[in-house]
Design a protein around this ligand. Structure first.
Ligand SMILES: [Zn+2]
Length: 192
């Protein structure tokens, strides 16, 4: 298991650490199913532990008015240890969450970290250059995010999961993935 480097003020690094703890709790809930558990465990392995370089850097830049809550890019070629940069736009996320409960804030933050981590896993495996690949990438991201909500038993503000449901809301996963793919297209992705 590798380790990530958090390039920001300590309080933000603490929030990353707490998100990873929440993802771990979610992964430990057998109610989400084996595929979901192994995905979340894969994400935790991707991030590793704080402090030692495994090629993953986490930053928290951005403005409240930006389109993206999270953004993940990579250098070089796909493969183990490929440098991956995860940015979570904390200003935007905090804005979206300002009227939410503490449990909801924690699960959304953890969900975004899982979503971006899932993108990081994809980028270690292959580049994402076309719309169809980006759509798959986003479907994977939103599923991982929804499984965090489900594992923590906290309703998703994106509608990905709600209490009483035994599975994710596939319509919400699809809708959010399509929206993010469109943002990707508008930001210079190759889209027909
Ligand atoms: Zn995404």
């Amino acid at each position: 298991m590798g380790e990530y480097i958090c390039n920001k003020q300590t309080d933000q690094c603490e929030r990353v650490a707490s998100a990873l703890n929440d993802i771990k709790s979610a992964a430990g809930n057998p109610g989400i199913g084996g595929a979901a558990q192994s995905t979340l465990e894969g994400i935790l392995a991707f991030y590793g532990k704080e402090g030692e370089d495994n090629g993953v850097t986490i930053t928290t830049q951005g403005e409240r008015g930006d389109k993206d809550v999270g953004h993940t890019t990579a250098d070089g070629k796909p493969g183990a240890g490929r440098p991956v940069h995860v940015n979570i736009n904390l200003a935007k996320l905090d804005g979206l969450l300002e009227h939410h409960t503490k449990a909801s804030m924690g699960s959304e933050w953890a969900g975004i970290v899982a979503h971006e981590g899932r993108h990081g896993m994809t980028l270690r495996d292959h580049n994402v250059n076309r719309r169809a690949a980006e759509k798959d990438n986003e479907l994977d991201g939103y599923r991982a995010q929804g499984w965090v909500n489900q594992g923590l038993r906290v309703n998703s503000m994106y509608g990905l999961w709600k209490q009483g449901e035994s599975t994710l809301n596939t319509d919400a996963v699809e809708r959010n993935a399509e929206e993010s793919t469109e943002i990707w297209c508008q930001s210079g992705g190759i889209c027909p």
